[in-house]
Each structure stands twice: as C-alpha cells, then as structure tokens.
Design a protein around this ligand. Structure first.
Ligand code: PLP
Length: 437
C-alpha cells in the first residue's frame, strides 16, 4: 500500500465503515460510479460555502463542487430560502406552475440561441432529448460526437465515451452503428466526417470545452467550423453546456461567439436539485408541442416547482459580475498553477478556461481525449495519486483532476489550492518520475 493510501486510511475509519455497510446493499458501495476511488470514497455529512464536513470529522476545501454543479458553493442562503419557501406551499402537481415559465424566460433571456426550452431531471435527460429532437426534426438518425466526450448515460452518447475504443457492454450493438465519433479540435477530421456522413446526420453534439475528458478548450475556429459544416449539411449543431454554462450568462456559446441550434443544460440549472433543460430554435423545439409535434416528452418531476425556484434563485445570484469574478479567480489560479508546474521539473500542466480547469500529467499539448491523461490513465496512475495527495492535504478535487471555482471562494481559497497543489506534486513526484521512465 502506498504512503498516500495509508495516510488516507488513517484519516478515514468512519468512511471505511460506512463504505462497507453501503457495499452490502449497493454495488460498489454507492449509486454513482464517479464518486468511487480506491480504496474507498470519503463519506460527506454536510457542506457549507466551499467547505465539506466529512463523516470522519475532517473539513475539506471543495474545489470539485459536485462536478461544477455547486457554482454558488453549498447551501447558499438565498437558494435555501427560495427552495424551502416553495416546497412548504406544496410540491409536485400534474399541472404547470408559474415557476417553470419564469425559469424558462430567464434561460431564454440569457441565451439568445434558445427561443424555447423544456425541463428534465438531469444533464443525461437534457442531451437525450436534444438528440431526440434533432432526429425528429431532420428525419436522420446518425449522430456525430467527440471521442471521449461524456454527455450523460443514455445509450447514444455512451458510444465512444472512454475515447479508447473500449466496449460498453450494456449498449445494444445497433446503437453503435448509428453513432460516429471524431477527435476534438481536429477540423480536418470533422470535414472528412461530414463528407462521409453529412446526408445522414441528425446532429453533431459537442461540449464546447471538453469537460470530463479533461477541461480541454476549443482551438481557434474549431467551433466555427462545426457551425459551418452543420449548416452546409442541413443538420443540427447541439452544444452540451451542462458544464460550460457557468462561463458567461449565455454560456460557452456567448464566450466563443458560436450559435448552436440546440443546447443542453444541467448542473446548477435547478439550484442544486436534480434538473436538466434543453432548448433552442423554436421550429426544432416544436416537435415537443403536443398540438404541432409528436415527440413524447414527459416526466413526473419535469419542471418541479421547488427545483424551478432553486434554479431561479441561482441564476439571480449568478449574474455577469459573479461570473466575471469566478472566471478571474480561475484565471489567477491557472496562472499560479502554471508557475508551480513549470518549477516542478515534472511532465505536468493545467488546462482550462474561465472558472474550471484540470491537471494533466503530460508534456504533450492536450487537445483531445487521446492527449488528455484523465481518461486512459490506469487506475492508481499519477492523476489518481495526485488526487489522493491533495485530498490528504485537505483539498477535494475530482479523481481525474478536475477543479472549479465557486462564488464563495476568494484569494484565500486560491492560495490554499496553490499551496496544496505544490505540496501534493512533491508527494507524487517519485511516482510520476517512475511512470515516465
Ligand atoms: C458535459 C456533461 N454533459 C452531460 C452530463 C450528464 O449530466 P447528469 O449527470 O446530470 O446526468 C454531464 C455530467 O457530468 C456533463 O458533464
């Protein structure tokens, strides 16, 4: 057992006990694959602002924020108040409520490409329904996506999710026949894919910054090329802004100046309650109109008023000033982490944009899933060890090295991250050097 694991186990006996108890009734001891890490994950009791309190009584500085969901930090008072007030007046009717319209209006105001929007319960449902709308609208059923892109857990988008050709045993084989993948940031490969598939394509779905593959920003013109090709092929460009909507009031599409036909939203869009949304051109979204269209979209919890109230309170707080502030803090963090990496004499770098970023243990330029070290690195590799080293030093990030800034953070939290990052790099230096040899 490594020193890092030994130290982790010393700190977390109660998490181990809870994990063993959970494992008796849930495969893998949890109900969400991404929370697992070796030897067992930390159980969290509660959280406030940017601090997590664990079952072992530790306090961790949260730079993961539930994979970018908790953009206002944990238990933000205005959201807690709005949600509590709405829930107390009754929740969950088989009837529309004014809160869904209010949140839809807010998204439409902030996002010029979105003329019409629907709500669902997760980012998965958001991308699933966006793809379904594209298929219904175009009459085509082939979907193009990026190698290694994660858009949730429905069949279509799980094709190619690992980016390394690994099989995905739960997916019907015939789904793979109608999904193709291309590497991110390679305009030539995209042109070639459109020459081959253009007439059959329902859509090209892309996260404008590849989030889960390692927070990889788009190269200059890549998204414009995607826009031109989809337009020429008379097919739809779908932006998955589940993670990137935090980058500007109008998301990555505003930051990069490219207008998609459809957009998927998630994470903070319901104020921390389970929520997704998808929207875009009115003529495309009309497929969901029970009078004009014929695509089924229903769900017991769609547009749940408490969730909608949480989303409204969150978007109220996440105005342009708040976004500028966390983007600036993110830029400062990246600059300072770049310096730490440059001084470390190790193959390590940080990628990202705005308020989110990722560490990669490589010298090669990270432009796609193949050059990212988050997806294909073996379990126990440098990124995972680095994660554990940071965790032992009181900073919680993703096991794959994803980090992001929340609004309660300030200079003190960036200082704490940079200090822990530098120390954790020393902790893993021998392992990284061995991996490189
Ligand atoms: C870019 C992206 N799309 C879709 C999803 C799926 O969202 P959910 O986990 O809410 O189903 C995620 C989740 O992390 C994501 O990062």
């Amino acid at each position: 057992m490594s020193d890092l694991t030994e130290e982790y186990e010393r700190r977390t006996p109660e998490s181990r006990r809870l994990f063993e108890e959970a494992g008796a009734v849930m495969p893998g001891g949890d109900t969400r694959e991404v929370t697992y890490f070796d030897p067992y994950p930390t159980f969290v009791e509660e959280a406030s602002g940017c601090t997590l309190t664990t079952a072992d009584g530790e306090e961790l500085l949260d730079f993961l924020n539930n994979y970018t969901q908790a953009v206002l930090g944990h238990a933000p008072p205005a959201v807690v108040e709005a949600v509590t007030e709405r829930f107390a007046r009754g929740n969950g009717f088989a009837a529309p409520t004014r809160e869904a319209t209010d949140l839809a209006e807010r998204i439409v105001e902030r996002t010029p490409s979105v003329e019409s929007v629907r709500f669902a319960n997760s980012g998965t449902e958001a991308t699933m329904n966006a793809v379904r709308a594209a298929i219904a609208h175009t009459g085509n059923d082939h979907v193009l996506k990026l190698d290694g892109a994660f858009h949730g857990t429905h069949d279509t988008v799980l094709v190619g999710v690992t980016g390394d050709g690994r099989e995905n045993p739960g997916i019907p084989r015939n789904v793979e026949e109608r999904v193709s993948t291309v590497p991110f940031n390679d305009a030539d490969a995209l042109v070639e894919a459109f020459e081959r598939l253009g007439d059959d394509l329902a859509c090209f779905i892309v996260d404008p910054i590849m989030g889960n593959a390692g927070v990889i920003p788009p190269r200059h013109d890549y998204l414009e090329t995607a826009r031109d090709l989809t337009e020429d092929a008379d097919t739809l460009l779908v932006f998955d802004e589940v993670m990137t909507y935090r980058l500007a009031e109008g998301g990555a599409q505003e930051r990069y100046g490219v207008t998609p036909d459809l957009t998927a939203f998630g994470k903070f869009i319901g104020g921390g309650l389970p929520c997704g949304a998808f929207g875009g051109r009115e003529d495309v979204m009309a497929v969901f109109d029970p009078v004009r269209g014929s695509v089924t979209h229903s769900g017991t919890f769609n547009g749940n008023p408490t969730t909608m109230a949480g989303g409204l309170a969150t978007l109220d707080a996440l105005d342009a000033d708040a976004i500028d502030r966390i983007n600036d803090l993110g830029a400062t963090a990246r600059d300072r982490l770049d310096e730490v990496c440059a001084d470390a004499d190790l193959p390590v770098q940080v990628t990202g944009d705005g308020s989110f970023f990722n560490v990669h243990f490589t010298d090669e330029e990270v432009v796609d899933a193949a050059t990212s070290t988050t997806g294909h690195e073996s379990s126990g590799g440098p990124t995972e060890q680095f994660f554990l080293a940071l965790r032992n030093r009181g900073v919680f990030v993703a096991r794959r090295g994803l980090m992001n800034v929340s609004t309660p953070m300030g200079d003190a939290e960036i200082d704490a991250l940079v200090d822990a990052f530098e120390a954790a790099l020393s902790d893993v230096a021998p392992a990284v050097a061995a991996e490189v040899d």
